[in-house]
Design a protein around this ligand. Structure first.
Ligand code: HEC
Ligand code: HEC
Length: 368
């Protein structure tokens, strides 16, 4: 393992007078600007971050690299970004996910925008912190299929370091500043008449806000809409497999609706191709089954009303940003080498050393 000290020894330090170099390093790190993580319009200014993993610039940068690093998968063909593609609001456009060796998963890839605000992860909420969450796909046989020892060895980081860096990066992936947000914050012209009508239905007759509520349009809770019910049985027990409470049979986490127009197909199993199809489902009051959520009932929307709701859902696409500066996401950071394992060792070590030195780069959260 190469820490900051040993890197300095092996690297350029030898050409400097050592104490002077140490002083220079100290000065540089003290001067390092605490770059603000800009929270886009419409999102909560407060994002809960666990005390043992404060957000730092170095961790976000390292997490971003790991997110695009195919060495984290058994055959070095898949990175997190293969399924959570930044160009598709961090989804993959497939019905269900496809892991190493073409292994098909059972569930649709959810967007991971604004997950820093989340309280439960996965469609069934089986994980309760991002630090735990980000390790799961690395271990999952149907996804990246690694062991922690192998993953650690390949990227020269401990399990804890991988988890902390990836979780920090995921917290930096945000979507806000959409036409909907601008409307809510007072710009009457941000929505067309049809979109405003759709918002009214969303909040009123459609009863959508019973579950899709708050800044990220989810109650972070679990509901049965009947999507998993097929021919008299549940194809996926959903939340029940975590709680073993009967009323949780076939219940899934309410997904965020931010960027929803860019994340088709829909639902935990990707069985709905379009937003029109989803609105039809709600218009019918969901799919009847023994545990259907009581908030769902036939809506009797007119064709115009259905179209208005869909038009409104499009207004939830805003600015997706990631990393420190709030830059629009690139498909892959320019300095990440896509060839498996080919990230220049030296560049990688600088990144790791910087991260280990970390802790000083405190972040200010700032809303716009
Ligand atoms: C093979 C495709 C695939 C890969 C690779 C993958 N994921 Fe996922 N991810 C999924 C699927 C599918 C789910 C939902 C699974 C479920 O709910 O059971 C998911 C869920 C998540 C969630 C939870 C989102 C939520 O709303 O609950 C996060 C966060 C996440 N992934 C981050 C990552 C990170 C970080 C990596 C890389 C270490 C990664 N994923 C790699 C397919 C993938
Ligand atoms: C009872 C709670 C509840 C109500 C009311 C509700 N939803 Fe949902 N919504 C959910 C749940 C839970 C899911 C995921 C279901 C699944 O995958 O099985 C979901 C999924 C969705 C999706 C798919 C998102 C994705 O990424 O896959 C859209 C779009 C959506 N709802 C829009 C609406 C609209 C529009 C309304 C009002 C007409 C509405 N919802 C009312 C709970 C609710």
């Amino acid at each position: 393992m190469v820490g900051a000290g040993s890197f300095a020894r092996r690297g350029r330090a030898s050409t400097f007078h050592r104490p002077a170099f140490a002083l220079l390093l100290l000065l540089l790190s003290a001067l390092e600007p605490a770059e603000p993580l800009t929270i886009p319009l419409g999102l909560d200014r407060y994002m809960p971050v666990p005390e043992e993993n404060p957000i730092t610039a170095a961790k976000i940068a390292l997490g971003r690299r790991l997110f695009h690093d195919k060495r984290l998968s058994r055959d070095k063909t898949l990175a997190c970004s293969s399924c959570h593609d930044p160009a598709r609001a961090f989804t993959d456009g497939r019905r269900v996910s496809v892991g190493v060796f073409g292994r098909r998963g059972a569930r649709n890839v959810p967007t991971i925008v604004n997950r820093g605000y989340g309280r439960a992860f996965f469609w069934d909420g089986r994980i309760s912190s991002l630090e735990e969450q980000v390790i799961q796909p690395i271990l999952n046989h149907l996804e990246m299929d690694m062991t922690l020892e192998e993953a650690s060895a390949r990227v020269e980081l401990t399990q804890g370091e991988i988890a902390h860096a990836l979780a920090s990066y995921v917290r930096s992936i945000l979507s806000g500043d959409s036409p909907y947000d601008r409307f809510v914050f007072g710009d009457r012209d941000a929505l067309t008449a049809e979109e405003r009508h759709g918002l009214e239905i969303f909040r009123g007759k459609g009863n959508c806000t019973a579950c899709h509520a708050g800044p990220i349009l989810t109650d972070e809770s679990f509901h049965n809409t009947g999507v998993a019910w097929r021919d008299g049985e549940l194809l996926d027990e959903g939340r029940y497999s975590v709680t073993r409470n009967n009323e949780d049979r076939g219940a899934f986490k309410t997904p965020t609706l931010r960027e929803v127009a860019r994340t088709a197909p829909y639902m935990h199993d990707g069985s709905f191709a379009t937003l029109e199809d989803v609105v039809e489902l709600y218009d019918k009051g969901g799919i009847a089954n023994p545990h259907l959520d009581p908030e769902l009932r036939p809506l009797r929307l007119t064709a115009e009303e259905k179209a208005a709701v869909v038009a409104f859902l499009y207004t939830l696409s805003g600015r997706v940003q990631e990393g420190l500066t709030g830059a629009e996401p690139a498909t892959a950071p320019a300095d990440v080498v896509e060839r498996p394992g080919a990230l220049p060792a030296r560049a990688w070590r600088v990144q790791v050393a910087e991260y280990r030195r970390g802790g000083r780069n405190g972040l200010r959260l700032r809303s716009r």
